[in-house]
Write a protein that binds this ligand. Structure first.
Ligand SMILES: [Zn+2]
Length: 150
């Protein structure tokens, strides 16, 4: 029996699955699920450089510790008083120790006092090294002078 395209009405061949004129699929034919014409090109090997680099996560911040936020900044007057007091012989050194290790001290003042103590420590060590070197040099000079006097 003759078949006609259900889309355009043109005559179909016996058992035709598609219309020659318009290409419409005909009754009784279940079109297969469309397959991609060409599979995308697959690289034969996985290029390691093509891997997306891992995004570096920001390091957790240690600077925004909430305990440090209560520290009030020191004014110019505070620094002047601190420097004058620390310049007083003996008393200044005691005050530096109190500021550096006291638990009630403002953290800024505490750090300042610790910095001064460290500088004093460096100065003491340097002066000991320098004086001992000078003493050794002077002894050598005096000994050589005594040697020439004979
Ligand atoms: Zn047709």
């Amino acid at each position: 029996m003759a078949q006609y395209c259900r889309s355009c009405g043109s005559t179909l061949e016996e058992g035709a699955q598609f219309c020659r004129v318009c290409g419409a699929a005909q009754e009784g034919y279940s079109a297969p699920t469309p397959q991609p014409v060409s599979t995308p090109y697959q690289a034969p090997y996985a290029a390691p450089y093509a891997q997306p680099a891992p995004i570096p996560q920001p390091a957790p911040s240690y600077y925004a510790a909430p305990a440090q936020q209560g520290a009030a900044p020191l004014g110019v007057g505070d620094y002047i008083i601190m420097m004058i007091v620390s310049g007083i012989p003996f008393v200044g050194f005691i005050m530096l120790l109190v500021w550096a290790f006291g638990s009630q001290t403002n953290p800024n003042k505490k750090n300042w006092a610790r910095a001064i103590l460290i500088l004093m420590l460096i100065g003491i060590v340097l002066s000991i090294i320098l004086s001992s070197t000078l003493i050794a040099v002077f002894r050598e000079v005096f000994e050589s002078m005594e040697g020439y006097s004979y």
